[in-house]
Design a protein around this ligand. Structure first.
Ligand code: HEC
Ligand code: HEC
Length: 262
């Protein structure tokens, strides 16, 4: 929030009046002498960003508020610097909730959660879902982290997670490298990962802006095969996954159906 907006909020607290806005049927808080703070409808504007600047900002953001905050702030912070409003009205600090797979629950990787939230500020849901699926599919098959910050604390080895879950992604890396999940090396790995995901997302957003974006990563065939029967439009239809997944058999054993082994 820039200082003029902050002043406006402070003023509102002093001079609040509740009034019905004529014709809108909506009751809003109005200051006695000013229009209410206008938050523009989504999507908010996007301008070309430097993916390296975003990555560095995300890396730094990780130390200030964790993975989800870092990834979100990498992109939205750069837009705030370039454009000011409306990005200066967004309470970015709330994104700290996604740290460690949501409040430490090891569910969705916070870097993915952070860029997905940023995408939903910048794109309609159809374009947004396609971008999110591209990024999630990429994350499942890419050797990560693939961005090395300018002043790293350690050198970091890469792994392929085949999963978008914090727990799986972190533990695969920890098993591969021998570092404990509570180690400073693991934290550094997640900081690099936050930067890597924010950077890739920015590259895609830039391509979309330039009109050169093409989907590069699809859900693997071994997963769409399972979803043909188990997904919402399949014959068994007992799995509610429409977006994708990187690997069903990391959790499930193979099985036989109709004489074929899956
Ligand atoms: C040709 C359709 C088909 C495909 C493809 C398929 N399944 Fe199934 N699957 C079934 C049927 C039918 C059952 C039995 C359902 C029941 O008994 O209600 C089943 C059962 C299961 C079960 C329940 C436990 C078990 O092992 O029997 C799991 C888990 C499962 N499938 C996972 C998968 C995964 C993972 C894949 C992809 C690797 C897959 N399925 C591919 C049809 C399919
Ligand atoms: C992160 C682990 C994980 C992944 C990845 C995963 N599942 Fe599951 N799945 C589970 C758990 C846990 C259950 C509930 C326990 C159970 O019934 O086995 C479940 C339940 C199921 C069932 C019902 C089994 C039954 O006995 O009725 C099917 C079918 C299934 N999953 C298919 C899939 C398919 C297809 C994919 C990939 C698109 C997938 N799962 C990915 C963990 C996972």
């Amino acid at each position: 929030m820039d200082s003029s907006n902050r002043r406006r909020f402070v003023k509102n607290v002093g001079g609040i009046a509740i009034g019905a806005v004529a014709g809108s049927g909506v009751t809003r808080l109005l200051s006695s002498d000013e229009a209410p703070l206008a938050i523009p409808a989504l999507p908010w504007p996007y301008v070309d960003l430097d993916p390296i600047a975003v990555a560095e900002r995300a890396y730094l953001g990780y130390s200030n508020g964790g993975c989800m905050y870092g990834a979100f702030e990498g992109i939205i912070g750069e837009l705030r610097t370039k454009l000011g409003a409306p990005f200066d009205t967004f309470p970015t600090t709330m994104m700290k909730y996604g740290g460690g797979g949501v409040a430490g629950w090891g569910s969705l990787c916070g870097a993915l959660n952070g860029v997905a939230a940023a995408i939903y500020l910048l794109k309609d849901s159809k374009t947004g879902n396609d971008l999110i699926s591209e990024i999630f599919n990429w994350y499942g098959v890419e050797k990560l982290p693939n961005y090395r910050p300018k002043t790293p604390k350690f050198e970091i080895a890469t792994t392929i997670s085949e999963s978008q879950l914090c727990h799986v992604s972190v533990t695969k890396w920890a098993n591969h490298t021998g570092f404990k999940t509570g180690s400073p090396e693991r934290a550094e790995r997640c900081a690099w990962l936050t930067a890597s995901v924010a950077k890739y997302t920015t590259e895609l957003l830039n391509k979309q802006l330039a009109g050169t974006y093409q989907r590069a990563h699809q859900t693997p065939a071994k997963v769409t095969l399972c979803l043909q029967c188990h997904g919402p439009s399949g014959t068994v239809a007992n799995v509610h996954i429409t977006g994708g997944q990187s690997n069903c058999t990391s959790c499930h054993h193979r099985h036989w159906a109709g004489g074929v082994e899956f």
